[in-house]
Design a protein around this ligand. Sequence first.
Ligand code: ADP
Length: 273
Amino acid sequence: NQITTDMSSLTREVKKFAEDKKLEIETLKVREAYRKEFMGNVSHELKTPLFTVQGYILTLLDGAHKDKAIRKKYLTRASKGVERLIYIVKDLDMITKLETGDLHLRYENFDIIDLIQASFDLLEMKAAKKNITLTFDIDYEEPIYVRADKERIQQVLTNLIVNSIKYGKNGGTTEISIENLIKNKVIVRVTDNGEGIEKANIPRLFERFYRVDKSGSRKEGGSGLGLSIVKHILEAHGEKIYVESVFGVGSEFSFTLEKSKEAPDQRVIPEIT
Ligand code: ADP
């Protein structure tokens, strides 16, 4: 009897071991597929600007450098290509840090209205090129203090505003509004009256490298990582991102932030004696 009991418990152990191993192998397989897909996407993204830059350099070496005007034109284009490569590499670096948990958030208390204003100031020129007006719809005179990683939230705002400009129509508007929510939260909305997104594409927007219009948005110069970075940053904060869009009418991306009860941390300026 004892032997039968021992045997059945041993069988159970062996079965469990085999199941665990199977699960481990499945996880490794999924990871490997994910890695392959990621590498494939990365090289695909880098190829286009690299070939462009190489094209200009080869043409210059082939004799085009003799003409001063052409030399300047081709060098400027090559430099734009390099700039684009830098953007892509920076985005890749950020996504890797976010996905491996290597990005540590530096929480501080700050006024979100100030940060929105600063983001508008940064992007004013870009918006002006498409005659897009950046507006702030806010009833509050008072500052709204939130607690988050200021630099990362600025990146969230920048990515969303840049998209609203890229996919906005000439002469359009990007509006930001803030609303108080219950439970100590605020919701920040970035609304545009641009091209909008078809319903079927909405669930995939936050995937890495996903673009609705492959050729169109590449022309706009993105890496296809912007929204994925936004989602990761907000999730790392324990916050959420929402999207509502009507094709041909416009889109609204909104996210939550935690309000802070305290005023911003004072930066101590050392006294010079
Ligand atoms: P990209 O670098 O291509 O802009 P994102 O991750 O920032 O990458 O966005 C993914 C895709 O979502 C874009 O290619 C575009 O098709 C769509 N998209 C993002 N924001 C908007 C918007 N405000 N209006 C319309 N489409 C948008």
